[in-house]
Design a protein. Structure first.
Ligand code: ACM
Length: 509
């Protein structure tokens, strides 16, 4: 192509055609079924920052946008887009494919006096991985439903399919449960730094799930167990072990001027790995079964995430037995368990998916833990922390963010990694997908999320959607930085407060 067209994630094939561009205007006719027509109006109005009527007209007298279902394009999300002066057609086998084509269309719009031009071309596009995720930590800081919906819109615009909500951690429990209202009554009011907290009612959660589903995203809820559970002890002291304060945790807390974790007191610091549920008590298993049962009933999607990371306060043999039992419990609830890769060492239910959060150059322990999920039946989701943990600083001057994942993560580092080269022996067949993560110890609003996610979320989306790194001259950093720079005007119209990274040639407008 194409390097000049600001298309991210990079499509599989882009063929410019001869001929004049298609013109999109407020009253361009649409030929589409009602759901697809509504999606087109919503997506194109947001992308132009104008209300586009796009009247549905099966026999239009001027060039139209046609959205067509066709069974010869696959898998889910794949689409074809043909643009010419006489009309623009997007065809796909399913609604996610039509939406993906519409999001590509938003990246092609060039403003002109009487509307928006789309160059004459043909795009044939298909995703590499079916699971293309974004994790949002709503525990360290709370984000209201409207912010979560805004994040869903941003994820959908990059053709992501899953929103993983990290709902619980040491600092708070953010989801109201009918069986255990004490969790949110006692453990949702605070956040890191003593900032205000909050929680989602069951209705809020259902609203988020429905909003995501409308945009073809599946919500993956995470209840982090058996560590990262200090907040549970605020509601149920008998279920929580005493915090394990190591000399390292104490030294780090002192350096940050934070209080140490104390049983029964909300924790507002940045430390990790000190908390555990009491696994020597059957009451804990009853509690976990209740919580996961209610969560399974509330969640239409196929996955429940159980955490399992950094349980340094849990005895190893108790950890292994717990993960084995609880992943089986989730499987018996009819859901696919996901855990962080730490649980790979345990005898988890065979279909359990492991989420790899090690570095792009794995240490042997992390690699072996990830490989264990592949040796069973589950597979892995890849979230290499020094590439797609979007709460890492871009460079030493970034106001928000952390640096523990091998220092700052430049946009280039977020881009230049290849999923099939990450962990020895783990290839496309073993990879369920790629997920970026935003932890929120240092982020407390949508502006902050935007600044940390954009443009690096676009790099993660390209790893998840596009062909392997280096397989095409355009699947390269040099091409990406130019393509992503061309998205600046679209992101501004969409109200995305992206980080204006100095290594990217941002287009004006
Ligand atoms: C993690 O970053 N502790 C999964």
């Amino acid at each position: 192509m194409t390097a000049t067209l600001p298309l991210v994630p990079l499509p599989r094939s882009v063929s410019p055609s001869d001929g004049a561009p298609f013109l999109l205007a407020a009253r361009t006719p649409l030929i589409a079924e009602s759901d697809a027509a509504a999606a087109a109006r919503r997506i194109l109005s947001a992308a132009t920052a104008q209300t586009l009527d796009l009247p549905t007209d099966p026999l239009p007298s001027s060039p139209a946008i046609t959205l067509t279902h066709t069974s010869d394009i696959g898998p889910s999300g794949a689409y074809r887009l043909r643009s010419a002066v006489g009309g623009l057609e997007i065809s796909a086998a399913d609604a996610p494919g039509l939406a993906a084509g519409l999001h590509t269309l938003t990246q092609l719009l060039e403003p002109v006096t009487d509307g928006w031009e789309v160059p004459a071309l043909l795009i044939a596009d298909t995703p590499r991985f079916a699971y293309r995720g974004l994790m949002l930590d709503v525990a360290r800081h709370f984000f209201p439903v409207d912010d979560v919906c805004a994040v869903i819109d941003r994820a959908a615009s990059l053709k992501l399919t899953h929103l993983h909500l990290h709902l619980t951690d040491d600092q708070a429990w953010r989801l109201e449960l009918q069986a255990h209202p004490a969790l949110t009554d006692a453990a949702s009011a605070s956040a890191v730094g003593g900032d205000p907290g909050g929680f989602y009612t069951r209705e809020d959660y259902e609203r988020i799930v429905a909003y995501a589903a409308d945009r073809h995203l599946t919500v993956v809820p995470e209840i982090d167990l058996p560590g990262h559970t200090h907040a549970v002890g605020l509601a149920y002291p008998h279920l929580a072990a005493d915090p394990v304060v190591t000399p390292q945790l104490a030294a780090e807390a002192a350096a940050r001027g934070e209080a140490l974790p104390a049983a029964g007191t909300p924790y507002t610091g940045l430390g990790v790995g000190f908390s555990s549920l009491r696994l020597d008590d059957e009451a804990t298993f009853d509690f976990v079964a209740d919580v996961l049962g209610e969560l399974a009933r509330l969640t239409p999607g196929p996955y429940l995430h159980l955490g399992g990371d950094e349980a340094f306060g849990t005895a190893p043999e108790e950890y292994d037995a717990f993960l084995s039992r609880v992943t089986q419990l989730v499987a018996d609830l009819g859901k696919v368990p996901i855990t962080w890769h730490d649980a790979g060492r345990a005898d988890v239910a065979p279909e359990t998916i492991g989420q790899y959060w090690g570095l792009t150059t794995p240490d042997s322990e992390a690699a072996e833990a990830a490989q264990a999920f592949v040796h069973r039946a589950g597979g892995v989701i890849l979230s290499p922390a020094d590439a797609v943990y979007l709460d890492m600083k871009y460079d030493d001057d970034t106001p928000r963010g952390l640096t523990w994942a091998n220092g700052p993560t430049s946009v280039r580092r977020a881009y230049e990694w290849e999923p099939a080269s990450l962990v020895d022996g783990i290839t496309d067949d073993d990879i369920v997908g790629v997920e970026a993560a935003v932890w929120t110890e240092t982020i407390d609003d949508l502006v902050g999320l935007d600044a940390m996610m954009f443009p690096r979320l676009a790099a993660a989306a390209e790893a998840a959607w596009s062909a392997p790194l280096g397989s095409d001259p355009d699947r390269s950093w040099e091409s990406f930085r130019r393509r992503v720079g061309g998205l600046g005007p679209l992101w501004r119209r969409q109200g995305i407060a992206f980080h204006p990274d100095g290594r990217i040639p941002w287009a004006k407008g």
